[in-house]
Design a protein around this ligand. Structure first.
Ligand code: TRP
Ligand code: SF4
Length: 519
């Protein structure tokens, strides 16, 4: 192939927006395919990263370039970063093979949060690798070492941050045990498709991951981000749920002595706001009056009928907004202490306390204080950010079982060069056509290499490659040559740093020689 001729190879699907495929599977242990990232927003409630991007001080290039495309609740982390408050980042790696350029995204994300002042944690998910993937402890030890060396070579500071392996961390396992008491088999079955054949250790690795995710908050509750691929989202949803279930109190908004769900609460708020229209005494709108008003005014719905019924039974009780502390896991002592601590007018019931002079944020803070004073964890719901999966160099999925599809951080630099040179591209069939129509950078794994890795922090360079490609000025031969050289340099430099760290590995607080028996 001459230098400036585009590739003749036809690109199979596997681009970020492959046509036709409309299934989105988020399976932590299966093959996760995301054919349409928009579905993740619509179906799973992941939020678009662009929406918080303006609030992130000095965002990482992976954020600026949309490689990190989604998040759950990242705002508290961004706020903490900006206000110099404590925050943390944690991610985990299953040591099932060589670390590759997909893992580098996550290493970089952890390191960046560390540089921004966060407590950084990286863990080796060896219990998971052993139970869910069946690796032996010898294999695990070898891979664990490789992950740690690459993380260090990329800039993780082990004096400031924490490295651990799941099998070696007693505190983590104790937390996993406590969290396991809040989850049952039916729930794991529903989330992960577990069945009667699923082994118990695999389930234990799930609660261990839940503990990993909450581990940075063991000293004190703090906003924590978990950078992962979207395949891990089921874990995030469960972890956020468990974090809430561990809390002593749940703080909600209420309008009368009875409990309401979210949909009912919306209607209660409307009825309260409209009290001028129906209440005999607008200072004391009665529940019964509100029920009649809702039946006449609100659209028919299950929530309307159920809330009207509740309002009817409350009858003459006045409708009055308040902040409610529901007792979830509180000890009797903690509940009494909370009652004592609520300032101003309050009403105490068996399972809840209503406060009339506290807003939601103040109530939240008070609930957490009392919980911490009485030996609770006070967890904040953990946040997550999601990066796009890299397209394989051969088109389709990047897969560790297809060496040509990915670049391992341990690849011989020359092999790295060769793999890039033989990669599939988004180029046209002939050079003429490419000059005329431009290349399809958006569907090109080589362009991805530039955007995800080779351009580093240099946005201008990434943009130049893009613009030249789609403008028809850049042809694939030369483009791949440049990328291949950059990859070779990157691998050389990375591996030198790995060697430097290999010398110092003894000084690092992680045991890479597991004493577990063969199993
Ligand atoms: N399950 C993750 C994987 O398959 C590894 C992992 C374990 C992890 N614990 C974690 C990831 C905590 C993020 C946070 O790669
Ligand atoms: Fe070709 Fe480079 Fe454009 Fe990809 S980015 S299509 S390799 S010119």
């Amino acid at each position: 192939m001459t230098d400036d001729a585009p590739d003749a190879d036809v690109r199979p699907d596997g681009g970020t927006e492959a046509a036709g495929a409309d299934d989105v599977a988020l399976d932590p242990w299966g093959s996760s395919t995301v054919s349409d990232y928009r579905k993740l927003f619509e179906e799973f409630g992941i939020e678009e990263f662009d929406e918080v991007l303006p609030e992130v001080p000095d965002p990482h290039y992976l954020m600026r370039r949309g490689v990190i495309f989604g998040h759950r609740d990242y705002r508290p982390v961004a706020d903490a970063m900006r206000d110099d408050e404590p925050f943390a980042a944690l991610s985990g790696f299953m040591p099932t093979g060589d670390p590759h350029i997909g893992h580098k995204l996550v290493f970089d994300e952890i390191i960046w949060h560390q540089e921004q002042g966060g407590d950084a944690h990286a863990l080796i998910a060896d219990l998971e690798a052993h139970s869910a993937r069946g690796l032996t402890w010898d294999e695990i030890d070898e891979h664990a070492r490789d992950y740690i060396l690459s993380l260090l070579a990329l800039g993780f500071d082990p004096d400031e941050g924490e490295l651990y392996r799941q099998s070696d961390n007693r505190e983590l396992q104790d937390l996993a045990f406590e969290l396991g008491a809040e989850a049952n088999f039916s729930e794991l079955q529903a989330i992960y498709d577990f069945d009667g054949e699923t082994d118990v250790s695999h389930m234990q690795s799930v609660v261990t991951q839940m503990a990993d995710i909450l581990y940075p908050q063991l000293d004190e509750p703090k906003p924590t981000v978990i950078p992962v691929g979207p395949d891990q989202d089921p874990h995030m949803r469960l972890a956020r749920d468990l974090a809430a279930r561990m809390r002593f109190f749940k703080v909600t908004e209420a309008f009368a002595s009875f409990e309401a769900d979210d949909a009912e609460r919306v209607l209660l708020r409307r009825a309260y706001d409209a009290r001028g229209e129906y209440a005999e005494d607008t200072d004391r709108p009665r529940c019964g009056e509100a029920a009649d008003w809702l039946r006449a005014e609100a659209d028919p719905s299950d929530a309307r009928d159920s809330v009207a019924e509740k309002l009817d039974s409350a009858g003459k009780e006045p409708l009055r907004p308040r902040t409610r502390f529901l007792d979830r896991q509180a000890t009797g002592e903690a509940f009494d202490a909370l009652v004592e601590a609520v300032p101003g007018e309050k009403r105490v019931y068996d399972e809840h306390v209503d406060a009339f002079e506290l807003d939601h944020a103040e109530a939240d803070e008070l609930a957490r204080e009392v919980e911490l004073d009485h030996g609770g964890y006070g967890f904040l719901p953990p946040s997550s950010i999601y990066h796009r999966f890299m397209t394989g160099l051969t088109g389709g999925k990047m897969s560790s079982s297809v060496p040509a599809s990915h670049i391992s951080l341990l690849d011989d630099p020359e092999d790295g060069y060769d793999k890039v040179k033989s990669a599939t591209t988004g180029g046209r069939t002939t050079a003429e056509e490419q000059r005329e129509k431009g290349g399809k950078a958006d569907e090109c794994p080589v362009y991805e290499l530039y955007a995800y890795l080779l351009s580093g922090d240099d946005d201008e360079f990434a943009k130049e490659v893009y613009d030249e490609c789609v403008g028809g000025e850049r042809l694939c031969g030369g483009c791949k040559e440049q990328a291949a050289e950059l990859m070779e340099e990157f691998l050389e430099e990375h591996q030198e740093k790995r060697e430097e760290w290999a010398e110092k590995l003894d000084g690092i607080d992680i045991d890479l020689d597991s004493d577990r028996k063969r199993a």
